[in-house]
Write a protein that binds this ligand. Structure first.
Ligand code: ADP
Ligand code: MG
Length: 480
């Protein structure tokens, strides 16, 4: 029997707002336990929640980026359940009117195919606190600093067909939230979390089978591992004549690489959703949406298109350059300073990146402004400076002396290539005149000798001849 894999992902992104979703408590990470905790976060009697504007704007940004419809009249809902890390006994979330509906995310597959993942909804909610079970202690502890920290949940349609597709989608989502500056995208630290829903069905059929939801995967790698394991496990069940009888939730164990039952849908809570009585409906006006859109940066895929289509940069280079927002923006600015776009891409991917990697710096800390690097690239293209001298001598000097022009440095280091054609022709003649036997051999077909002649010319000019020009004159002289 041949199977088709069905996957739908639910991604939680912790928002980078300064205060919590419904209170003025700080969202700062790494403080002492239970310091970001006003009576509001604890929902003590007499307190009333307040909507955080930055949360709404972050959610709308993601919705615009995903081509979703933005809900104009939003209702907040209470999701009730008891858990020690949930001080209020409920979460304020959105059930019936998610702020974003529909839309899609496009992502690149490793083979170059473009994957399109349909988005079901994006809604706003708040995080719970953290229970701490410390080894050797008889009691458990709870830290409420995270309680009330804002999240958005991004839910896809069951349209993903392999673990590779799931990974490609997740990577794109991470890139998007980072470009939008709404979430730091760190899976290991839990600011980006993913629950994966998986089922299989016989190829050619259309009905869905019962699904399994896998939780607790804190890296891209583990999402893929968990999905692979779960796909194999379910295939085994179907192949041996069984079936997934009940939807269930399973936990991924990174050590064994297996998924372990957590709970079945049967024991699932009834969350008794009802509209949050303490928050009025939130109306998102057209003007507000437009002003949010106007303030958004270019997204990775827009820049990818710009780099390949407008700047004619090779596809691979454009992908590497859009991995990181700062690098992409630097390159974009650089292309406004030089017409030599392809060379510019090589410079950013080569010397610039090596410098940053070596010193573990980010592009914001890179000392050469695009205008100055553009000028360096231009004088190389004009034949005034050799690429190797630019990399080895001029570029490091520019880093040491930000603001000084490449040409000035090249001049001071005596690296400007001679542009005197007549003088160069004399030198070529002199070099050839000193090696009549070799010239004879060349004329009899030993074309490889060109390298020897060029070497001599470079030696005579102390490396300052423009190689292109020298080679042209050399050919002219030899072919006489
Ligand atoms: P639940 O009610 O269990 O939360 P939802 O309908 O809200 O289920 O869907 C949650 C996620 O599961 C969505 O991303 C959706 O695409 C995915 N999903 C739904 N049905 C299936 C299925 N049969 N197989 C795989 N994924 C599914
Ligand atoms: Mg659901």
């Amino acid at each position: 029997m041949e199977f088709e894999v069905i996957i739908g992902l639910e991604v939680h992104a912790q928002l980078l707002t300064e205060s919590k979703a419904y209170s003025t408590d700080s969202t700062e990470y790494g403080s002492l336990p239970n310091v970001h905790l006003t009576p509001l976060t604890l929902a003590l009697p007499g307190t009333l929640p307040v909507i955080n504007k930055a949360v709404v704007e972050s959610a709308v940004k993601m919705g615009i980026a995903c081509h979703s419809d933005i809900t104009r009249r939003n209702i907040y809902d209470r999701k009730n359940y008891f858990y020690p890390d949930l001080p209020k006994g409920y979460q304020i979330t959105q059930d019936k009117t998610p702020i974003c509906l529909g839309g899609f995310v496009e992502a690149d597959m490793p083979d170059g195919e473009v994957l399109r993942v349909e988005i079901t909804r994006i809604h706003m909610e708040e995080d719970a606190g953290k229970s701490l079970h410390i080894e050797g202690e008889e009691e458990s502890f709870v830290d409420f600093n995270r309680a009330g920290v804002p999240l958005i949940e991004i839910v896809t349609e069951p349209c993903i067909r392999s673990s590779e597709e799931a990974a490609a989608y997740l990577m794109e989502v991470r890139k998007m939230v980072r470009y939008l500056d709404i979430c730091d995208g760190n899976m290991e630290e839990g600011s980006l979390r993913c629950d994966a829903n998986v089922s299989l069905r016989e190829k050619g059929t259309t009905a869905f089978n019962k699904k399994v939801e896998v939780k607790n995967m804190n890296s891209f790698k583990n999402v893929q591992r968990a999905l692979e394991y779960e796909i194999q496990r379910q295939r085994g069940i179907y192949e041996s004549g069984g079936a997934i009888e009940e939807s269930e939730t399973r936990n991924f164990d990174p050590v064994s690489g297996r998924t372990i039952p957590m709970r079945s849908k049967e024991d699932l809570n009834d969350y008794r959703y009802f509209p949050e009585p303490d928050l009025p409906p939130l109306v998102v006006s057209e003007e507000w949406i437009n002003s949010i859109r106007d303030g958004m940066p270019s997204l990775p895929r827009e820049l990818l298109k710009k780099f390949t289509q407008d700047y004619k940069v090779p596809d691979y280079n454009a992908r590497v350059l859009t991995e990181n927002k700062g690098v992409a923006q630097y390159f974009d600015e650089l292309c406004g300073q030089t017409k030599n776009h392809k060379q510019a891409s090589n410079w950013v991917m080569g010397p610039v990146k090596s410098y940053l990697n070596e010193l573990t710096k980010t592009i914001d800390e890179f000392p050469i402004v695009p205008k100055d690097l553009g000028h360096l690239i231009d004088i190389i293209a004009e034949g005034k400076l050799s690429n190797s001298m630019a990399e080895q001598r001029v570029f490091p000097e520019m880093i040491q002396n930000p603001g000084r022009s490449a040409e000035e440095i090249a001049q001071r280091l005596n690296l400007i290539l001679e542009d005197n054609t007549e003088e160069l022709r004399e030198i070529v003649k002199k070099v050839l005149g000193a090696m009549p036997a070799k010239v004879e051999e060349y004329k009899n077909g030993k074309k490889g000798l060109q390298g020897l002649f060029m070497g001599q010319i470079m030696k005579e000019t102390k490396g300052k001849a423009n190689p292109k020009e020298a080679s042209k004159i050399l050919s002219e002289e030899l072919d006489q």
